[in-house]
Design a binder for this molecule. Structure first.
Ligand SMILES: [Zn+2]
Length: 240
């Protein structure tokens, strides 16, 4: 799949931690802000023009450190996000205290690639419902993932198959609420990442998914697969 220069630019800015929103090839105010921020962070003049020096800097591998530099972006969610980045997602046992009653304070984030319902592939998923306190972080992760993987890779990994987010329910075989009850967990491709499946059977346990998980972990999210080698479909904004 070939991309326009504008899409490449947005992908790279996003990968470097400067969110452009949905990668659509349209250079709007958000992309310009990200571009200027990137230039400033790299000691280049914040011209908002993708000149040669800027393009070279964008080609460089993105690092974790770059994520910290987004704080200049005047985004009211940024303060919350900064807290979360520094590991303040609660433990599972403190979810009620931190996130409030199950099923409340929900908002939506946009999926920056073509996604479908895993159990009904004819249904397109454009938005995912998540808790307000995790939404900015989840949105940043999805945007960065968009910048890292091609459409083909996203399909191969099964990231285009949405397995659910908000769902008020008890944990399987227990009385505690599932993390999905607060909209702080997201499932991908449940069919190829069955609950009890381990490495290497689970699709998201394979090496080409590591970058996907790292993007979540950078912001304090937890993969049950990476932590416990089960439920590889699942990522959550709560520590174990
Ligand atoms: Zn789950």
């Amino acid at each position: 799949m070939s991309r326009t220069f504008e899409e490449w630019l947005q992908s790279r800015l996003t990968a470097h931690g400067f969110a452009c929103g949905v990668i659509d090839g349209v250079i709007g105010p958000k992309t310009l802000l990200a571009l200027k921020g990137f230039q400033r962070a790299r000691g280049l003049g914040p011209t908002g023009l993708a000149d040669e020096g800027t393009v070279e800097a964008l080609k460089a591998p993105s690092s974790r450190v770059a994520i910290e530099e987004t704080s200049f972006i005047p985004d009211r969610d940024q303060d919350v996000a900064d807290d979360q980045r520094h590991g303040t997602f609660p433990r599972q046992s403190d979810a009620m205290g931190f996130y409030g009653p199950v099923g409340t304070s929900q908002t939506r984030i946009s999926v920056p690639w073509d996604m479908r319902l895993a159990w009904d592939p004819s249904t397109t998923v454009r938005n995912i419902t998540v808790h307000e306190k995790v939404a900015p972080s989840a949105q940043r992760v999805l945007n960065r993932v968009r910048g890292i993987y091609s459409d083909r890779e996203i399909k191969s990994l099964g990231l285009d198959l949405f397995g659910g987010s908000l769902n008020v329910r008890r944990m399987r075989g227990g009385s505690r609420y599932s993390m999905h009850s607060w909209g702080i967990a997201i499932d991908f491709d449940p069919e190829r990442n069955r609950l009890s499946w381990k490495r290497p059977q689970a699709r998201l346990s394979r090496d080409d998914a590591i970058q996907f998980w790292l993007e979540w972990e950078k912001e304090g999210w937890v993969s049950l697969g990476r932590a416990r080698n089960f439920d590889w479909m699942h990522v959550q904004a709560a520590r174990l």
